[in-house]
Design a protein around this ligand. Sequence first.
Ligand code: C2E
Ligand code: MG
Ligand code: MG
Ligand code: MG
Length: 283
Amino acid sequence: DQAREHGQLWENHSAEMAGSRDWRFSLSGELDAAMAAEHIWVAFQPKLDIAAGRITAAEALVRWTHPERGDIFPDSFIPHLEKNGRMLDLTLYVLDRVMEQARRWSLAGNPINVAVNVSAPLLVMDAFVGAMRERLDGGTLLPSLLTLEITESASMEDPERALAGMRLFAEMGIRLSIDDYGTGQSTLSYLKHFPASEIKIDKSFVLAIRDNRNDQAMVRSTIDLAHELGFAVVAEGVEDAAVLEYLRALGCDYAQGWHIGRPIPAKDFAKLAGIGIVSCNAA
Ligand code: C2E
Ligand code: MG
Ligand code: MG
Ligand code: MG
């Protein structure tokens, strides 16, 4: 009886797992409708200019508010969109909303540079490069207000191709940032050939610097070497004031994390950054 009960429990559990896998699988089929309904939206997380003590930039992080499933985070749906070849559409949707918002803030006298995450395969996709060039020529892509973030590990899968893609965007005047730095395979001596302006130290190192001397050493030496090579440095995952003070003492340029602000809707970001109520969604 006990064995049967256990078997039953296991079956229920498996059914639940299969069920949860199923609904995520179907998300890419819902993408177009979700974008049209604005169920997919962009959250803005502030980036603090540490020396200036001001929020001068943001990272755009996509959110999906599903009518039945509630808020779904990108790690749950981006892998499925990647498998189904839907990242081009999602990325352009995010980019267009980001540019429209950044343009409004800038016109109101508050230039905020916004970073958009781009999957490495898109960088070298003709359709993406063409769509970006079209927006640049049409005046809806404002390169001085845009940064593209590319994760270090993805770039290192095919560094020569990633490098070629990055050069195209750098030539368009767009800032490039190496995301999740420290988790990939590159060395700073390789990275110095990347036409990037910024590296973002992965939050796993930043979260650990409170009590781990090795992580302190890693963060300290990365900041120094990155500066020698001409990169600005962002620390992500700054969750408390002590870590922010430590980073300030090390000369880190920007801080991003819950201590500074969570990813929030544009109108809330504007309030946090003290730039008034100039957002696309009046709601
Ligand atoms: P990422 O680009 O490394 O973004 C940083 C992630 O860390 C975000 O998770 C953010 O919410 C989280 N975070 C920020 N501050 C803190 C902190 O102080 N502590 C902790 N523990 N976490 C913090 P999120 O929003 O769930 O995004 C996850 C990943 O999904 C992103 O990692 C990015 O790689 C990807 N992603 C998000 N939006 C897009 C997008 O529009 N396009 C693409 N291609 N990828 C995206
Ligand atoms: Mg990022
Ligand atoms: Mg990151
Ligand atoms: Mg990440």
